[in-house]
Design a binder for this molecule. Structure first.
Ligand SMILES: Cc1cc2nc3c(=O)[nH]c(=O)nc-3n(C[C@H](O)[C@H](O)[C@H](O)COP(=O)(O)OP(=O)(O)OC[C@H]3O[C@@H](n4cnc5c(N)ncnc54)[C@H](O)[C@@H]3O)c2cc1C
Length: 436
């Protein structure tokens, strides 16, 4: 893949020169220092066969730590590279583009888990987890989803009770990427309150080797996004030091929503990066594949699809960059509507692009000769993972209606438009109405 093609397809006037350079450098670094020597394309294929190993994930996070891609927006004083949210999403785009979706996922975890630890964690959390994770010494997993609580996270049933200077944790989590490979689990639990309450949710960091943790079921044989060892887990009287609480007891709901606000951008961005790679392959393939003695790309039905995809892709990158810029300016809790816009549009589009690429490539696109079919499977989960499209649209409509509704709009005239047009003031009513 060329570096040139990896920024937006059209001219990018939104990123600064330094930011564009960051993206180009990130791609070069990933291609020459990370996805080589045992972590290249054979490894990608092996991951898709669920043949990952703990050693490989340790090697991956270590290389990413050396390259400065873990926990990018965490300041140097807390072990991070001290970068920006814009750099964070650009790095995620680059990993999706030239790596594999599950690599982007592991690094994405370091971004939002790392940011939450930086903003709310105590010294113990910083020294034992944040700094080593940023350095690439620890693999992280995020254990949010439960058998009876997914999108509706406030209904989580895993609870933690204080016993002396320890937390005792009981419950189950499922679909947890990196469960067998991670060094620690970043885990929301209920410490007080009732089912569905936002108050009373806390986050506790749980070491992988703690007694009472059991992986009940390997769930990694799913549609795409394979190679993380995703598992259904059980915590049975798992004892954790009280210092492993992130922030204040019972106040983690806002930490989680802030964390998800950033995750919306990283998940969308790495899926878009992956779909861009598929798009480049499909464009090249169709320009060289002949049907009826003319390149497939010469058929308007095909090249208009490419036109639509590149246009929408640029739009999705712009939305994503805007939301990242808002977070750089005002913090990761800012720009919820803009982040939700970027999430649903980006993730729906990534899947649409990958699927359309298979369509215009025909049968070969469904084989493993090209990575396009894997991308189509890999990006599918992005449409609900880390924030379902439906939920994102609910966020957008809520905020959008606040902005769109006009107090001047005359509700009494709705259905009575013969007497006046509700969207016009009294002075502006058309003459025919004023005359009646
Ligand atoms: C590949 C993959 C990797 C994952 N990795 C992790 C991980 O590492 N850690 C982790 O904790 N979890 C992980 N998950 C779980 C993922 O976050 C959940 O699948 C997701 O949050 C949705 O939860 P659910 O599957 O329980 O669906 P449900 O909550 O049961 O929702 C099902 C569907 O209902 C609809 N829906 C839900 N809520 C609303 C609403 N408010 N309005 C309208 N429609 C709605 C949506 O279409 C949604 O997809 C992963 C899942 C996959 C597939």
């Amino acid at each position: 893949m060329s570096d040139e093609a990896s920024a937006m397809i059209g001219e990018d006037t939104v990123l600064t020169d330094e930011e564009e350079e960051y993206l180009a450098d990130a791609i070069t670094t990933l291609e020459t220092e990370v996805f080589v020597d045992g972590l290249g394309h054979d490894h990608f294929r092996a991951l898709d066969e669920n043949e990952g190993s703990r050693e490989e994930w340790q090697e991956y996070v270590s290389r990413m730590g050396d390259a400065g891609f873990n926990a990018i927006s965490v300041p140097e004083a807390h072990g991070g590279p001290g970068g920006t949210i814009i750099e964070t999403v650009l790095a995620e785009q680059a990993i999706g583009y030239c790596g594999n979706i599950v690599h982007a996922c592991q690094t994405s975890l370091t971004q939002h888990v790392g940011r939450t630890m930086y903003e709310h964690g105590n010294q113990h959390i910083t020294e034992e987890y944040l700094e080593p994770m940023a350095a690439g010494d620890l693999v992280v997993a995020q254990a949010y989803t439960e058998p009876r609580s997914g999108t509706d996270l406030a209904h989580l049933e895993t609870d933690a009770e204080k016993d002396g200077d320890e937390w005792v944790i009981n419950g189950e989590k499922r679909f947890i990427d990196f469960a067998p490979y991670a060094d620690f689990y970043f885990t929301p639990v209920r410490t007080s309150g009732e089912d569905g309450d936002r108050e009373g949710v806390s986050i506790i960091v749980i070491d992988r080797d703690t007694d009472g943790i059991e992986l009940l079921q390997d769930q990694s044989d799913w549609h795409g996004f394979r190679g993380t060892g995703a598992s259904w887990m059980q915590f049975d009287d798992v004892r954790v030091p009280e210092a492993n609480l992130v922030g204040n007891e019972g106040e983690a709901w806002s930490y989680i929503t802030d964390e998800l606000n950033l995750e919306h951008l990283t998940v969308a961005r790495y899926c878009l990066g992956a779909s861009q790679q598929a798009l480049e392959i499909a464009a090249n393939y169709t320009a060289n594949r002949e049907v009826n003695e003319r390149p497939v790309s010469r058929y308007q039905a095909v090249n208009h699809k490419v036109a639509e995809m590149v246009t929408k892709l640029d739009g999705a990158y712009l939305l994503n960059t805007r939301a990242a810029r808002i977070m750089d300016d005002r913090g990761v809790s800012a720009g919820r509507m803009e982040s939700a816009m970027a999430k649903w549009l980006g993730n729906e589009l990534a899947h649409e692009i990958a699927d359309t690429c298979i369509q215009i490539m025909g049968g070969i696109g469904t084989t493993t000769s090209y990575p396009v079919e894997q991308t189509q499977r890999d990006v599918r989960a992005g449409r609900f993972m880390g924030g379902a499209t439906e939920v994102m649209k609910s966020v957008v409509q809520h905020d959008a209606y606040q902005l769109l509704l006009d107090e001047e709009f005359d509700a009494d005239l709705v259905g009575n438009e013969r007497e006046g047009l509700p969207w016009l003031s009294e002075d502006e009513q058309p003459a025919r109405i004023a005359d009646e």
